[in-house]
Design a protein around this ligand. Structure first.
Ligand code: GDP
Ligand code: GDP
Ligand code: MG
Length: 329
């Protein structure tokens, strides 16, 4: 998480906390806990229901019941089996209490969520270029606004590129975010070539000495060949201006979209050369377990999680905090 300390001190937690976040425990962690509240409550109630106050024997019946509860968080069969089997290995044949099982599950989840890096890959010299892609409505533009604010707060000079020229509202939406944050934005004419907007955005970043250019794109599906080629064109144009750019291609996934949508995004991620995931809309869903199949199915780190529609509602993904926020009351 060093990247937001590179320019100036991190923002004071007392000003970044949202109305829903409890005061204690640090701004980002409490935000994560607040965002995952629904999942945590559901899981805890569900699993607690399996236990009597005097404890319960860990046998096949309990293990199967536990499996059924875990599945309800959208974590998928593979991860739920792994967790169940870990509980079996460690606790089978013993009479245990709820707390002990939850602790075991949390530890195993943390292990399964481990990944090499959550930090954004920044350019050594010249502006860093971040391209943001995904299907319609996944949360791209909102995530860009929140990410831009996060980076701006950390002392980076950010410029936005309104590369979704397909929907006029998308340009307005991003312009509102830029105004709110106080960062530059480059927009094109309606239906302009997104690659030309990307080009101008990178040019402006270089000209104004910006540290980071974040480029929005219209939603698309992997099957829309012409639109996938358009992404390729954006990459080429950006690469021509800055060697090694785009430094990040972030795939925005909608946490509420369900497992099928997420499996489909795998092909997309490969076709678009994605380098990391932003998991949006984790708040308000009882399915926060979905991050487990994402870690299982994508060879990509989850870099940020979206936890609401407000400007502060984004947090760098941290496996340990996430596992705790999923299970620990
Ligand atoms: P895009 O089409 O991928 O650019 O998606 P948008 O950024 O326009 O977001 C689509 C909808 O999802 C909007 O109503 C956003 O306010 C909402 N949204 C995006 N991210 C989040 C999030 O983290 N939490 C919640 N609750 N809503 C979100
Ligand atoms: P055509 O029928 O072969 O001309 O192709 P389309 O009508 O699908 O797309 C022409 C151009 O319009 C594309 O290059 C896009 O810029 C834009 N476009 C059309 N449909 C969509 C869409 O569903 N999403 C996005 N993002 N752009 C689209
Ligand atoms: Mg958008």
């Amino acid at each position: 998480m060093a990247f937001w300390r590179t320019k100036k001190a991190p923002p004071d937690d007392s000003v970044s906390s949202t109305e829903a976040a409890p005061k204690s425990g640090g701004g980002l962690f409490s935000k994560m806990r607040a965002g995952l509240q629904k999942t945590r409550r559901t899981l805890n109630t569900d699993i607690r229901d399996l236990f009597k106050s005097e404890g319960r024997l860990v046998d096949d019946t309990l293990l199967n019941e536990l499996f059924a509860k875990l599945i309800r968080t959208d974590m998928g069969i593979g991860p739920a089996e792994t967790i169940r089997d870990d509980v079996a290995t460690r606790l089978r044949g013993r009479v245990v209490h709820f707390e002990e099982v939850v602790q075991t599950i949390t530890e195993q989840t943390r292990t399964m969520l481990q990944q090499e890096s959550t930090e954004l890959r920044l350019a050594d010299t010249g502006p860093t270029v971040i391209l943001v892609v995904g299907v319609n409505g996944s949360g791209k533009t909102t995530s860009i606004g929140k990410l831009a604010n996060h980076l701006h707060q950390a002392g980076h000079k950010v410029v936005l590129g309104a590369g979704d020229t397909f929907r006029a509202a998308a340009v307005e939406q991003l312009t509102v975010w830029a105004g709110r944050i106080g960062c530059d934005i480059v927009t094109g004419k309606p239906e302009a070539d997104p690659a030309s907007v990307a080009f101008q955005c990178v040019e402006q970043a270089i000209a104004t000495g910006a540290d980071i250019a974040i480029i929005d794109t219209a939603g698309r599906l992997q099957t829309q060949t012409n639109l996938m080629q358009q992404l390729e064109k954006i990459r080429r144009v950006v690469e021509k201006k800055i060697e090694g750019a785009p430094h990040e291609v972030l795939l925005v996934l909608d946490a509420t979209a369900g497992q099928n949508a997420i499996s489909q995004a795998r092909g997309f991620s490969e076709a678009a050369g994605c380098t990391g995931i932003v998991l949006a809309k984790l708040d308000g869903s009882a399915k926060g377990g979905v991050v487990l199949p994402i870690r299982e199915q994508f060879q990509l780190p989850v870099k940020f999680v979206g936890l609401g529609e407000g400007v502060e509602d984004i947090a760098p993904f941290d496996p340990a905090s996430f596992a705790n926020a999923l299970f620990s009351e």
